[in-house]
Design a protein around this ligand. Sequence first.
Ligand code: HEC
Ligand code: HEC
Length: 446
Amino acid sequence: MLRRCFLMALLLPGSWAMAAEPSAAERGYKTLTGKGFIPAAWREAAYDNLWKQWPGVTQKPADYDAAVRDHYGLPEAPYPNGKYPMGLRAGTLFFMKGVSLDCMLCHGGSVMGKSYVGLGNASLDVQAVFEDLSLADGRSGRLPFTFSNVRGTSEAGGMAVYLLGFREPDLKVVPKRKDLGLHDDMCEDTPAWWLLKKKKTMYHTGGADAASVRSKMQFMMTPITMASEFHKAEPAFRDIQAYLKTIEAPKYPLPINTEIADKGKGLFQDNCAKCHGTYGEKWTYPNKVVPLAQIGTDPKRYEGIEDKFGLYYNQSWFGKEQPGWLLDDMATFATAGYQAPPLDGVWATAPYFHNGSVPTLDDVLNSKNRPKLYTRSFRTDATAYDSAKVGWKVTPAKEADPSQPPYERRKIYDTSKPGRSNAGHTYGDHLTDDERKAVIEYLKTL
Ligand code: HEC
Ligand code: HEC
């Protein structure tokens, strides 16, 4: 009898079990925050010895994990991650404990003292993370190309171009790298993941279908990931995609003057909505790509991903993704310029533009007032936040001097350097100071 009950329990799908089944988005969050997709690249001791690479530091700091977070601009993880900050994680390296990286290295940020999965990390020194972990592991700190020229930005596009060069179209690894046009002066700011649900096309140029799952797997391309791993991981990335589409923009945490914001809403409808859409319950988003000559922002990101890469990508496993029966492959494509992003949660996503060249909303809307040569604390608490201009507080800097260590030089944003121009997007210039203030007050409500 007991045995028969046991068999029945196995055969009948228990409704209680169905109810407890997690949704795709829930599974996606768990996978994203709980599991690494690439093997560890360094031994665990590399993390513990990072401080030995810090200029002028002679003994291990007392609160070590906090010191690591501060040195590299890595936020505390808002999910269980052991001693590691968001972006680093425990992994294994040839059966030993190791340190690995995950998507939140660039896609986990912090603002007003709070960490968010999906906020681009605008404080990260990704160049130092890679160099120091390798040096602390007893290896050379030389990277094959520059991973970051200026703190808070990365050459993520260059990484994808470099890594795809080591793959056959079916993703088998080849020893000799194909030249797909490598550039390392794009200075990319990481977009917030909560904008993805409104987008038809993604990336700064709008050059890929936002629904593509495989495009989001490019980060797995380290040469130690075998081709079969990509096939195996695709269902998990489908879940991650479902999770990304559920992320909501965080609400502005300080008081908002609703009367002024209402006035700003009208100005926004007249001056901005045709490109950035409308907000509220019945939102619209035109998904507009503005030609480069018209938008006038820095061209390096636009030029930096060449057709050579796009054509090869489209021939590869990445480009051969069929979203459904009789539907076309999800290829990448050339566009005319940069995509006007939705502005939900824009108060939290400073600095602005695809190259993070403009530190506040006030400066976005007043192109003549934009700082040209500046630095910031790279902290993300309330004292680092500029609630008057809405964005990060910056201080004027002197031109970087070659005698300074590269870690210090990367803290200086010099808009005269390649990839870092802060020109263009002059759509707020004709507004009066009061009108600009009103538009900013409205932007806080999005
Ligand atoms: C080294 C930093 C870095 C890492 C690691 C990284 N990304 Fe990104 N990601 C970026 C940058 C920078 C962009 C913007 C690229 C561009 O258009 O220039 C981006 C763009 C995206 C976008 C498109 C966003 C939009 O609205 O256009 C998605 C989605 C995304 N990444 C998902 C992921 C996932 C999933 C992972 C992990 C598997 C990951 N990324 C790992 C830096 C990174
Ligand atoms: C003709 C289309 C167009 C108009 C009009 C326009 N924008 Fe934009 N906007 C863009 C594009 C394109 C970008 C991206 C530029 C880049 O990253 O290089 C952008 C970027 C921005 C950003 C930075 C977003 C980020 O996360 O980096 C803000 C903020 C912004 N616009 C606000 C406004 C406001 C406010 C107005 C109205 C006063 C306005 N825009 C009018 C096209 C437009």
